[in-house]
Design a protein around this ligand. Structure first.
Ligand code: GRG
Length: 293
């Protein structure tokens, strides 16, 4: 099967499961339902759930039924973070994925509540799933905790706060790393390590996936930053005006590209212990390295 076919197969499996969960989760109040649905569908790349499913099934032979609730929960958490990130109090964006942002369509109150509901729903479905696996309950709890940690105050929320407030740490490099490690990389890393923990994987496998996830997460953010800049002039202008700390501002355009490449190399090296079983994950890393949008 080609990489694209396999990617799309995972994506349609995840989309179908998300539709099911949404159907069961909320019909009334209608605005809440529509606001959630608007951001969840058609959605984006579904990167985090695909990372989870491809490692859970591909590396550890995990059972699809046990994994899908985790995959959907990861996408729900990601979607909540984007809805809230776009709000006027945060990034104040009018468009996401080429469409009006959630609050522009449904208003700020509905957008805040849709995000809250998605975050809650993520734990509702993971907890309900855990009850179906009493023999593996401790692994379910550990995997959920790992996800909770990644998106809490010591993870995504902390990273977002630091990004907004720009409280300086010891240096620009250190501050930048803290922000993106937490805002972006933590949930990507947890999408892989949760699969390992749920599968009771060996420590070296967990460590390898953790390092793989962290490296692609940071590379993903660096590439995202690089795509926002067209030239070194552009960077200087933004450094003076936007007040945001990004990789090109700290490392320059070429320096950032080199940094992203070395992270992708490190990510790939970490997959060696899995041999052929990791070929899909390898291709995801290469896809992220070469993405143009
Ligand atoms: C509001 C607590 C809270 C956190 C928000 C994720 C996040 C933290 C902010 C998003 C800001 C941003 C543009 C980060 C760059 C990297 C990133 C996470 C991009 C969006 O993720 P994709 O590309 O999105 O996986 P799609 O559209 O494919 O779902």
């Amino acid at each position: 099967m080609s990489f694209n076919t396999e990617y799309l197969a995972y994506k349609s499996q995840i989309d179908a499961a998300l539709k099911d969960y949404l159907g069961q989760a909320v019909q009334y109040p209608k605005t809440l339902r529509m606001s959630i649905e608007y951001s969840l569908f058609p959605g984006g790349k579904r990167l985090r759930p695909i990372l989870f499913m491809s490692s859970f099934e591909g590396l550890f032979n995990g059972d699809q039924k046990a994994g899908l609730p985790f995959a959907c929960a990861l996408e729900m958490i990601h979607t909540y973070s984007l809805i809230h990130d776009d709000l006027p109090a945060m990034d104040d964006d009018d468009y996401r994925r080429g469409n009006l942002t959630n609050h522009k369509v449904f208003g700020e109150a509905a957008a805040i509540l849709a995000g809250d509901a998605l975050l809650n729903l993520a734990y509702e479905i993971m907890l309900e799933n855990a009850l179906n696996y009493p023999d593996n309950l401790s692994a379910h709890i550990k995997a959920m905790k790992l996800i909770a940690d990644a998106c809490g105050a010591k993870g995504m929320i902390g990273g977002q706060m630091a990004d907004i407030e720009m409280q300086w740490r010891t240096s620009a490099e250190d501050t930048l790393e803290y922000i993106h490690q937490n805002k972006t990389a933590a949930l990507i890393e947890a999408s892989l390590t949760a699969a390992a923990v749920l599968s009771n994987a060996k420590k070296n496998e967990l460590d390898a996936l953790s390092s793989f996830g962290n490296s692609i997460g940071l590379a993903f953010q660096i590439i995202d930053d690089v795509l926002d800049f067209k030239s070194e002039d552009n960077i200087l202008e933004c450094g003076q005006k936007c007040g945001k700390l990004t990789y090109p501002i700290v490392y320059g355009l070429e320096g950032s590209k080199n940094k992203a490449q070395s992270m992708i190399d490190n990510a790939l090296a970490n997959l060696d212990i899995f041999g052929e079983r990791a070929s899909f994950l390898r291709q995801i890393a290469l896809f992220l390295a070469g993405r143009s949008e």
